[in-house]
Design a protein around this ligand. Sequence first.
Ligand code: HSE
Length: 333
Amino acid sequence: MLLQRVYLQIYFQLSIISIMEKSIRVKAPATISNLNCGFDVIGLALNEPFDILELELTEKSGIEITGIKGCAGLSQDPDKNVVGAVLRAALDRAGSRNGFRVKIEKGIRPGSGIGSSGASAAAAAFAASHLLGDFFSPVEQVMLAMEGERLASGSAHADNVAPALFGGITLVRSYEPLDIVELHVPQELFCVVIHPECEIKTSVARGLLDREIPLATAVRQWGNLAGLVAGLYREDYELIGRSLVDFVAEPKRSVLIKGFDQLKKSALKCGALGVGISGSGPSVFALCKGGDCAETVLEGMSETMRSIGIVFDAYLSPVSGQGAHICQKIMPE
Ligand code: HSE
């Protein structure tokens, strides 16, 4: 492993001309993290929305963000952008003297609760690893992407970046050492996401949480997390549904989301297995058994949003089996 790395470092520095692609476009999906009972440890990938990065390895050192489409508020300063943070970490950890030039297309709105920073960070980690000769292992790519989350929210959590990289449903069994477990995805599991048009900063939502929780609360929370994992493997949708309970974050954070209680009631009435805050909000997710049920839940939740007069986006998606991937290779002319 060590020898392979030494060889690769020499390879980058001496033979940049042999790099086949000029640049690549990499797509990474939105994600729902926490799933109520798994704060900071569980998340799943959606089919849409998604972010796309176009990344080029340059002979010149340094990182240049040449454009950001789809979001006016993000900084092009690599020191203030999650993509810049991840790319810098990638170059440092690979010991490369090259640089990167990157264009960002944001399909996921920042502060939405569906892993906007996580998708950009995952795409950056995946793309950088590829252009550096598949330098980083999957778990090392998660570590790189976590640097983006650290910049975005002050906390290097992995529950969005892991599913954004690998697709499916992932569990962070341990942060130190980092241990990511890909979980079974039941065939008929569908997700509905309602994204109200407002922004909640993850750092603010994290600031609302108690630093310590009573033992009795922890017991209830980890019982549900274990129940959720068992439900996924047994494809027991009832068990999944009754495990989707949050005694830790939802009681503190739901006050930030106008109409949360009504949304929850309407989704459950329409047959959702469970409902909760997606990540740190304001998006609200519902898990459903089957696409037809998900359509009904989507309609019910949308009607509730219209009745309380809140502008929103809505998504319906199975759990996506595809995480960050190359959607286009751009060859030198
Ligand atoms: N687990 C993180 C949180 C996700 O809830 O703060 C943030 O997207």
